[in-house]
Design a protein around this ligand. Structure first.
Ligand SMILES: [Zn+2]
Length: 323
């Protein structure tokens, strides 16, 4: 569980694996932070092992950095892809980090050696979290009962290793909450990634100490109790917010209908240019993250720099990153 939910960038009290406060705040803010038009953002989930990125990964990573996305976490979804994600971190040290886990869709790949293989991957310092793991009852690519067993094993692993958890949940919040609650006492910082639920679900996760990951899904979620409403109503506090692209998925459709004027006006030309020049519905990229930061800021009625700064601070803290 998050150790201190009232932490924020102004009152940094750090312990354990958390980053050194002064150097972090300094490096995040920089001397000219605020006048610099660029952000410093951590994309806590981009699927760069996806074959859509094999041909031009170098350009994808450097575009991300140009857009201010200075660090990217590449999730594993099977043992194989967790190894592949770790391999990528060696190509971009200090920029890419990875996770090790078995996605609910892949629960049926769980075998006798899986737990040991994940455990040994998690010994590497570039592997910063257990996941993506969780439950997806929307598509049920693996049987629900098996998904629950496989999820629970990974929650136990995260508790034992004291590594954060990245949770994928779709149409299964009651069951995910039930599993997490069984481990409340030892639960490490847990992230509900690509949040797609409603206000009550968000509140229940926040009450458990979870962080919430916002993706481009927010652009298309029009439901009256959905992600936009949660941001607008101040239900999700800045100190629990993380941002991610989930690339190549979750393209942030800034042209979606019925967007309030203040959200459209909150977008900067620079961020929109990265989106329009390099990203499509078929292939979203980490360089699109600034538009999502700007959207979140518009709903929270704060500056995008503040959302970038605080979400980056949260990511450093949760995943033990250093600058
Ligand atoms: Zn996911």
């Amino acid at each position: 569980m998050a150790s201190n939910s009232s932490d924020n960038i102004q009152e940094i009290s750090l312990d354990g694996h958390e980053p050194k406060s002064e150097s972090l705040a300094k490096s995040l803010q920089g001397d000219d932070f605020g006048v610099n038009e660029n952000y410093v953002i951590v994309d806590i989930g981009a699927n760069l092992t996806n074959k859509k990125f094999t041909r031009d990964l170098d350009s994808v990573v450097s575009r991300a950095q140009d857009a201010g996305v200075t660090k990217i976490i590449v999730p594993g979804t099977t043992v194989h892809s967790s190894k592949e994600a770790l391999r990528l971190t060696h190509l971009y040290p200090g920029v890419l980090y990875s996770t090790a886990g078995v996605h609910p869709h892949e629960a049926k790949t769980w075998g006798d050696d899986t737990l040991d293989e994940l455990r040994s991957l998690l010994q590497q310092q570039e592997v910063v979290a257990v996941g993506e793991c969780g439950l997806d009852f929307n598509r049920n690519f693996s049987p629900p009962e098996l998904q629950i067993q496989v999820f629970e094993k990974q929650v136990e692993l995260a508790c034992t290793l004291k590594k954060p958890l990245i949770v994928h949940e779709r149409d299964a919040h009651a069951e995910v909450l039930a599993v997490l609650r069984r481990h409340t006492a030892q639960l490490p910082a847990s992230v509900i990634h690509c949040f797609t639920g409603d206000a009550d679900t968000a509140k229940a996760y926040l009450q458990l100490g979870c962080y919430i990951g916002i993706t481009g899904y927010a652009w298309k979620d029009k439901s009256s109790e959905g992600v936009r409403q949660i941001l607008n109503d101040g239900i999700l506090p800045l100190d629990r917010l993380l941002v991610e692209t989930d690339a190549p998925f979750m393209y942030p459709n800034t042209r979606a209908s019925k967007l309030p004027q203040h959200v459209k006006q909150g977008l900067t030309q620079r961020s929109v240019t990265f989106l329009q020049r390099y990203c499509t519905f078929q292939r979203n990229e980490p360089c699109s993250l600034p538009v999502t930061v700007e959207m979140v800021a518009a709903y929270l009625k704060t500056k995008p720099e503040q959302v970038a700064l605080q979400s980056t601070f949260n990511a450093f803290k949760v995943f033990g990153l250093s600058s």
